[in-house]
Design a protein around this ligand. Structure first.
Ligand SMILES: [Fe+2]
Length: 318
């Protein structure tokens, strides 16, 4: 039995077993067998929760997934991911760089350019690929729901299609359209419901003294989804929440600044870990916990919650 599943382990040990530190993890360049032999498809994956789209499900340094997976993907300029589809929904949150994401239907493609803190949720069964046309590499966080993780179905892989067609996700010259929220094309209309720009989302100031931008959930500007919620939280200097408990697991991936995550045992004793950029903690369902910003600068945190419904959490000032 590992510590994460052992109720006898101390709270501190259990927290440690649920924490993924950026510096303890490595990027895996061999996570995706379908890319082998195609340099232009190469990408690296750092797994925090579950295996994501990779078949590497037995990785002991990865936290067990309940309702969602979470990983980082690194991709260099000039490289792309071939157009494919799957039966699970998959979100891309851009952390740095600019990423072109294309959606394809019947040889027509709509491309959207996403910048830092923008997100797209790739709809179930839609053909999608991505490409880095910018001058800097892209790091993004990918989450998929764990419903029935089947291997992706490739639509335009360079193994079977000319390299130029694979690079444009299956669009012949003239068949690529830009993303347009008011566009008339059916792919433009569909994609409009799944692209979230950080700067277009309302900032919700909680009475508890922190901010939320709801990317996936039931809020204005958010993508509606049936399995998880995804939010960007901002904790100003000195912010501290009161303990709360969810009926499902959540994960906090620190993006900027630092946060302290505190777990509270039934007898009131506390244990905490401080997370810096790209560190993550997964808190299991039923574990009382809260967040605090111990630093002098603001902290930004990507928050994933394992249900689309009410999880029972109430945010109050601590
Ligand atoms: Fe995908």
């Amino acid at each position: 039995m590992n510590i994460a599943a052992n109720p006898q382990a101390s709270l501190a040990d259990q927290m440690k077993a649920h924490t993924g530190r950026f510096v303890d993890k490595t990027f895996d360049w061999k996570a995706f067998p379908s890319n082998v032999g195609f340099e232009e498809l190469s990408r690296a994956q750092m797994r925090y929760i579950g295996a994501g789209g990779s078949p590497k499900v037995g990785d002991p340094s990865t936290l067990k997934a309940d309702n969602f997976t979470l990983s980082l993907i690194y991709k260099e300029p000039g490289h792309y991911a071939a157009c494919h589809s799957h039966e699970i929904e998959e979100s891309f949150l851009i952390i740095s760089g600019a990423l072109i994401v294309g959606w394809e239907k019947h040889g027509e493609v709509v491309e959207v350019n996403l910048g830092p803190k923008d997100m797209i949720l790739n709809a179930r069964e839609i053909g999608h690929g991505f490409r880095v046309d910018g001058v800097e590499p892209v790091i993004m966080s990918i989450s998929v729901d764990v419903g029935k993780p089947l291997p992706p179905v490739y639509h335009y892989h360079p193994k079977e299609h000319p390299a130029e067609l694979a690079r444009t996700f299956g669009a012949e010259p003239g068949n690529t359209m830009p993303f347009d929220r008011n566009g008339e094309h059916e792919i433009q209309k569909l994609m409009a419901d799944y692209v979230v720009r950080n700067t277009e989302l309302p900032t919700i100031w909680e009475d508890a003294g922190f901010t939320r931008k709801v990317y996936v959930g039931d809020a204005p500007g958010a993508v509606k989804h049936d399995s998880t919620r995804k939010e960007m939280w901002g904790l100003p200097m000195g912010a501290k929440l009161a303990p709360f408990t969810r009926t499902v697991e959540d994960a906090y991936l620190c993006l900027e600044g630092s946060i302290e995550v505190v777990w509270v045992a039934e007898d009131g004793t506390e244990s905490s870990v401080e997370l810096g950029p790209r560190d993550l903690i997964k808190t299991p369902a039923g574990q009382a916990h809260y967040l605090r910003n111990p630093g002098v600068g603001p902290a930004t945190v990507w928050t994933v919650i394992g249900t689309s419904g009410d999880d029972g959490a109430v945010y109050k000032k601590g």
